[in-house]
Design a protein around this ligand. Sequence first.
Ligand SMILES: NC(=O)c1ccc[n+]([C@@H]2O[C@H](COP(=O)([O-])OP(=O)(O)OC[C@H]3O[C@@H](n4cnc5c(N)ncnc54)[C@H](OP(=O)(O)O)[C@@H]3O)[C@@H](O)[C@H]2O)c1
Length: 237
Amino acid sequence: MSDFTGKNVLVLGGSRGIGAAIVRRLCAGGASVAFTYAGSTAAAQALSAETGAQAVQADSANRDDLIGAVAGRGALDVLVINAGVLVLGDPLTLEPDAVDRMIDVNVRAPYHAAVEAARRMKDNGRILVIGSVNGDRMPFAGGAAYALTKSAMQGMVRGLARDFGERGITVNSIQPGPTDSEMNPSDGPMAATMHGFMAIRRHARADEIAELAAYLAGPHGAMITGSLQTIDGGFGA
Ligand SMILES: NC(=O)c1ccc[n+]([C@@H]2O[C@H](COP(=O)([O-])OP(=O)(O)OC[C@H]3O[C@@H](n4cnc5c(N)ncnc54)[C@H](OP(=O)(O)O)[C@@H]3O)[C@@H](O)[C@H]2O)c1
């Protein structure tokens, strides 16, 4: 387990699912962790009590609140941008406001958060965004807008890796496939369809994604930047 003792970490969207697993993993490694959440106060408080991480309410769709949360944490060693929402459905009938909010949370927020973090980030810092294999492959109808948001992360990490590389700061996207969470339960109505696209026909566990995040955030990740780290059981193969 990488030693994160003394590392200043912020996880955006850490109250549940993959984000909560990353909070647990980095706290277990000794980091000083804060995480944001939007509405799940009870889950955030429970995770804070369990791990000692600081819970901060900040809606990623609100740019001022988001930037305030990032700036308020000072000089970060690690920023993990996990907060994301999933809006699926027929594009002809999807609610435009829901699509726009997804773009705000999944695209605008990661960009502004990464840039804000980089203003005061320590040399050799780490910026991780949780993208999705759907940035590479969208094998069913109804996912165009979500896939759009995750493809956008691919361009962002490539560009920001070049902007911040001189300081040793790495910028990468983790691209999970189906991962058991409230967003995508392993026993949900889409599960069998999704498993049909996979070589390893099961949902990942959130802690499996968190372990990859810890690797990239730790000392072994120093030469990995501008990259898309897919962890999807072969969904995109
Ligand atoms: N699960 C999958 O199969 C899968 C696959 C590929 C990629 N991903 C990506 O992985 C990330 C996490 O997904 P998940 O499955 O863990 O989802 P989840 O179970 O729905 O959890 C989402 C987390 O993000 C937070 N969040 C959502 N909107 C936010 C906002 N506006 N401001 C601040 N925090 C916000 C939530 O906070 P609250 O608790 O306050 O709502 C929660 O902590 C997302 O970016 C998702 O697109 C997931």
